[in-house]
Design a protein around this ligand. Structure first.
Ligand code: BGC
Length: 445
């Protein structure tokens, strides 16, 4: 049996990528980007959004529907130009709620039920008789043939609603609105959440050219200056979560094996909030089994698939500064076990390693994109990032910035990472405004 220190050292090796390894990942990512752009076989789908930069002068009142996978958020947003906006109304509702007995994300739910639910949320923010132009953020891989056409290629983030894959999401929403007599709500654009996050930043910052989500899911887009088959620059949704050239460890393999799409979404499974809690559970279960945690007594929650989330990673990671967190954390999981100093070390260290790996891999993908669009880093670049990990995980944002510095060296000063809170919703309104400039402004509230 190994000692706690030996085990921690092994974990460190399993979860840590050196600068040299990350530099190799940058090259492999760049290679897959280029192949994907040219339409060659690649782990990166490189999906065109058909949208280009806003000029910051878009104005009007727009409805935004932000469908991310955990919650649905509807907003009424007033864009006033020069990068300014006001959120007039907003409502967040979970897509699954056990106490209310619904789950629109499971295989047993149908497209009509899911989109009906979305239409019902929109109805609550609108008034009959008024026309609303709607920007829809749909945070899943879609093949677009225009700014308002999007075929869902496959679900991610363990969502499985029936009858949506292979269908045009815009048609499904139209149908649900029509069924409810809501023809005053007119969907005009559909965008990936990375594109929305980028639009929200680009509305006020002309250097914003990369958009990323570090939340329940993980993905990045960027402004491609020379997209094949396009005459103008357009945002490309990389679907970077599917990048598959990074070797995982035994915990990654286990997680993958029991996921709904084994073999797919490899980077996302290492980075995203939907998965890092489960990775932590698998690690802790292994340590307990070796007798190196909780005296070898395995609490029930560690035996329960999906019992831990990104929140647990955040709490344990922070426990170095606030050790009392660990007892509270155990109590929350109905497991008031006595905790030794070694236990604390294992819990905190495991969470840190998982969170740090996530941030460093995200940064490596940003470095690859920067290398593609500006190999000598002559210009300034703003990376717009939204999502709970970036916003709430202690040290996550700093690790991304430090890793970028490590990878690009002295030119790191050219790169700024910003949190674009609510970017998915605001960007949807901006997307609607870029295609129908000012038509939204006839609505008054
Ligand atoms: C989806 C992406 C999305 C990301 C962040 C991933 O699971 O495939 O389209 O941008 O989650 O929400």
């Amino acid at each position: 049996m190994s000692t706690t220190q030996q085990y921690l050292d092994q974990l460190h090796t399993d979860f840590t990528f050196s600068t040299a390894q990350l530099t190799g990942i940058v090259e492999l990512f760049l290679h897959d980007m280029k192949e994907g752009l040219q339409g060659q076989a690649s782990s990166l789908a490189m999906l065109p959004s058909f949208l280009t930069k806003p000029d910051g002068q878009e104005t009007g009142i727009f409805l935004a529907l932000d469908f991310g996978g955990t919650n649905v958020r509807v907003m009424l947003i007033k864009l006033t130009g020069q990068g300014n906006y006001t959120i007039l109304k907003r409502q967040d509702v979970p897509l699954s709620n056990q106490s209310k007995n619904y789950d629109f994300t499971s295989r047993t739910s149908t497209a009509a039920e899911l989109f009906g639910f979305l239409a019902d949320q929109l109805a609550q923010l609108t008034q009959p008789g008024k026309t609303y132009l709607l920007g829809h953020t749909f945070s899943f891989p879609c093949r677009q043939t225009g700014t308002n056409q999007a075929i869902l290629l496959h679900w991610t983030k363990e969502i499985n609603t029936s009858g949506v894959v292979g269908h045009n999401v815009v048609d499904l929403l139209h149908q649900a609105l029509a069924d409810r007599g809501l023809s005053n709500i007119q969907p005009v654009t559909i965008t990936n959440d990375t594109v929305s996050a980028l639009l929200a930043a680009a509305y006020q910052d002309r250097y914003a050219d990369i958009g990323s989500i570090c939340g329940t899911g993980h993905n990045t887009c960027y402004l491609e200056p020379k997209p094949p088959r396009f005459s103008h620059p357009t945002y490309i949704n990389i679907e970077s979560g599917n990048f598959d050239k990074i070797s995982g460890n035994k915990y990654d393999a286990l997680l993958d094996q029991y996921s709904s799409r084994p073999g797919a979404g490899k980077l996302e499974k290492m980075c995203a909030g939907r998965y890092i809690g489960e990775l932590l559970r698998l690690v802790l279960l292994d340590v307990v089994t070796q007798g190196l945690l909780f005296n070898g007594n395995c609490p029930v929650f560690l035996q329960t698939v999906g019992a831990l989330s990104g929140w647990d990673v955040a709490v344990l990671q922070d426990a170095a500064a606030r050790p009392e967190q660990i007892s509270l954390w155990l109590a929350k999981h109905s497991s008031p076990t006595a905790v030794s100093l070694d236990d604390r070390e294992v819990l905190q260290h495991s969470a840190c390693l998982i969170a740090t790996r996530s941030a460093r891999l995200a940064a490596a993908s940003y470095a690859a994109i920067l290398k593609h669009i500006d190999p000598t880093l002559n210009s300034l670049h703003t990376i717009s990032i939204d999502g709970s990990l970036y916003e709430k995980l202690p040290g996550y944002a700093d690790t991304i910035s430090q890793t970028l510095q490590e990878l690009v060296g002295v030119k790191a000063g050219q790169i700024k990472c910003v949190l674009t809170k609510d970017g998915s919703g605001i960007g949807a309104a901006i997307a609607a405004a870029t295609t129908k400039k000012n038509r939204g402004s006839q609505i008054t509230t």
